[in-house]
Ligand binder design. Structure first.
Ligand code: MRU
Length: 357
């Protein structure tokens, strides 16, 4: 029997205990456990060790980390309070470099704290409210992405087989998901046949997390190893690819989980549309091109081991970039909460949205 946890909220504010509950994503799917986070140091550690992961989810988590940290500051003077809050922001910024949502959420929290007319106690309350707003907005954003995404998927005589890489699902966001939001939306409309989930070495987010989420929802899912994706495309098994993003530069180049680029190349070779689903908070309009996106390198043990088992001989070197950049020309559309656009149209959409706000 499969125990169902539906809907899935990876980050939850526990009002009674005044702490944040995170689903421990390092233990799924073997165990569904939650972990209480009581201060900003614990939150920074949880982001670093990937208890919580996925671009929008770490943005939400960092926002709560700021709110928790603010409550620990025991000074009445606003200037001193803001200096200490800035130090908390700096430690949260050190956790993971690639997903821009983390930095975006921290900046938004600092802006909230910068209200010159507010007392320390008022700022502490406002910070918790802003973290809750960021979370609620992300959920709505993902639902909008899902709706827009379902509209751009190709019309096919049979129901769609969609391939995804890594996990861009409810677990990676406030809930619902970006790429998996599009999948969910297509499933709700009866247009989906099945999801092909790349296992996503080295951390296996596809095999572990995407597969788990699909099981929770009753969505048919086939797990493949990463090196099978091109073969599946060649066999005519895939109608479209949908992935998430960690940071998109202004021209549409997209950093996402390592291996995304090779999936995009294979999709291009087989004339299969490749879509990126992401909130506008993932677009870093300050960066002109993808080569400016910082790429996280993680510990070599992730490559040297499968789980806890060492697979390589002594005496070898390792390279473990956690993300790669897919050039804009390989991307058919970027699906945002404001609609799907081509990479070239992204700048115009961004300035329209900022103009309206
Ligand atoms: O290293 P991770 O697991 O945090 O990487 C996650 C991804 O690459 C996701 O595809 C991306 O964050 C989009 S999540 C909606």
């Amino acid at each position: 029997m499969v125990a169902h946890h539906n809907p899935v909220y990876p980050v939850r504010w526990d009002r009674e205990n005044q702490c944040v509950m995170l689903i421990d994503q390092t233990r799924l799917p073997a165990e569904y456990t939650t972990i209480a986070i009581r201060n900003s140091t614990e939150m920074a550690q949880a982001i670093k060790t990937m208890i919580v992961r996925g671009a929008p989810a770490i943005g939400v988590a960092a926002a709560y980390g700021m709110a928790l940290g603010a409550r620990e500051i025991k000074v009445g003077n606003t200037t001193e309070f803001l200096a200490q809050l800035e130090a908390i922001a700096a430690s949260l910024r050190q956790t993971r470099p690639t997903a821009v949502n983390l930095f975006w959420a921290i900046e938004r929290m600092l802006k909230t704290a910068g209200d010159p007319s507010a007392s320390v106690a008022e700022i502490q309350t406002q910070l918790l409210q802003t973290a809750q707003e960021i979370q609620a907005e992300d959920l709505q954003t993902c639902q909008a992405i899902g709706k827009h995404g379902a509209k751009v998927l190709p019309e096919t005589p049979e129901r769609l087989n969609l391939l995804t890489h890594c996990n861009a699902g409810a677990l990676a966001t406030a809930g619902y998901g970006t790429a998996l939001g599009v999948v969910r939306s297509a499933w709700e409309q009866g247009r989906l046949n099945r999801v092909y989930a790349d296992e996503t070495r080295p951390r296996l987010q596809g095999a572990k997390l995407t597969a788990w989420e699909c099981v929770q929802e009753g969505i048919p899912v086939t797990v493949i190893t990463d090196n099978m994706a091109a073969h599946c495309m060649q066999q005519g098994m895939i109608h479209a690819v949908v992935v998430g993003a960690d940071r998109i530069s202004a021209n549409g180049d997209t950093a996402n989980k390592i291996g995304t680029y090779s999936v995009a190349l294979a999709a291009k070779a087989h004339n299969i549309p490749f879509y990126v689903a992401a909130p506008l908070s993932t677009v870093d309009f300050k960066l002109a091109h993808g080569d400016e996106i910082p790429i996280e390198e993680r510990d070599s043990t992730e490559v040297a081991q499968v789980g806890d088992t060492r697979i390589t001989p002594e005496g070898v070197e390792y390279y473990n970039p956690a993300f790669d950049v897919t050039p804009a020309e390989l991307i058919a559309a970027i699906i945002t909460e404001k609609g799907a656009v081509t990479p070239e149209e992204l700048i115009t959409l961004g300035s329209e949205v900022r103009g309206r706000n």
